[in-house]
Design a binder for this molecule. Structure first.
Ligand code: 856
Length: 295
């Protein structure tokens, strides 16, 4: 007997259901949790790992001569592990009248999470933010083009970032403004006469100190943060912190900075949990804002 049109339709619907159920089961088996991105490095993050004095990677250092062109030399910190692919790199500038030694705790701290870090000396300790911005970019160019093979071969030239303190933080904004291909920027207690950074397209974390009287957050970090409209951004204000908070080991700064670099230089969404919604007010945190959600 020939099937009626109605029973034929029922048969097709049953077959379609079987196919859909099998397809769903296949997807569930093939993706147990979340596919790891190609630039993820290191173990799943925890608050303990991010607040420890060192991350999971052993590091070594290399010094950079003051005779290089475009900046004043400095120190490179790099992960020694060559088994997990290349790393992103970040250049960090100190502030007015200061040397890299004023921030040097950040070198091994950040490198040990799987980044190549160059802490720079500026040509003159009196250089202004625009000059510091150019010197940060020259230091990144040095890393990818002119550093020793040991350093150079560890770096992924397309995954670069900048950071700095005070006028170095002002320079960080200048560098982000002039090189939108950067993957992340972290101005720390930034100082700059230019208050508008609406052109910035680089994901930017600004960290300010509540009690900073040299670069008050009301006339520096806060307007800088508010002016950014074309990039992911976050603002952390540290409770009772002076202008000089980054010049001694500062755990909330390191935690938030590493999370930001991981998320945007390594595209590592495992760190979203530290950025979005991020720290809540209380303890070290005076205020936190960000353009949640990220992913
Ligand atoms: C540590 C930036 C008018 O500007 C200032 O007085 C001023 C002072 C210091 C800094 C800075 O970069 O401090 C970082 O040296 C601006």
């Amino acid at each position: 007997m020939h099937p009626t049109p109605l029973s034929r339709l029922t048969q097709l619907a049953t077959r379609l259901t079987v196919v859909l159920v099998l397809a769903a089961a296949t997807v569930a088996v093939a993706s147990p949790a979340q596919a790891a991105g190609p630039y993820e490095r290191g173990p799943d993050p925890t608050n303990t790992i991010l607040t420890a004095s060192r991350g999971p990677f052993a590091t070594a250092t290399a010094s950079v001569s003051s005779l290089v062109s475009g900046f004043g030399g400095g120190t490179v910190y790099y992960p020694t592990d060559t088994s997990q692919g290349t790393f992103g790199a970040v250049a960090i500038s100190p502030g007015y009248t200061a040397r890299w030694s004023s921030l040097s705790w950040l070198g091994p701290r950040i490198a040990s999470h799987g980044f190549v870090v160059i802490g720079i000396e500026t040509d003159s300790v009196y250089d202004q933010p625009d000059s510091r911005g150019r010197q940060l970019l020259a230091a990144l160019d040095y890393l990818v083009n002119d550093s020793s093979a040991t350093v150079r071969n560890r770096i992924d030239r397309d995954r670069l970032a900048v950071a700095g303190h005070s006028m170095g933080g002002g320079g960080t904004l200048e560098a982000a403004s002039s090189r939108p291909a950067l993957q992340a920027a972290v101005p720390i207690a930034p100082w700059n006469l230019d208050k508008s950074w609406s052109e910035v397209r680089v994901p930017t974390l600004i960290v300010g100190g509540e009690s900073d009287s040299i670069a008050p957050v009301s006339s520096h970090s806060e307007p800088f943060y508010s002016s950014i409209s074309q990039a992911e951004k976050a603002y952390l204000e540290l409770n009772n912190a002076s202008h000089f908070f980054p010049q001694t080991t500062n755990t909330p700064l390191a935690r938030q900075m590493v999370a930001w670099l991981k998320r945007f230089v390594d595209d590592d969404t495992r760190y979203d949990q530290f950025i979005c919604p991020g720290p809540t007010r209380g303890g070290d945190t005076e205020e936190y804002r960000s353009t949640c959600p990220m992913s």
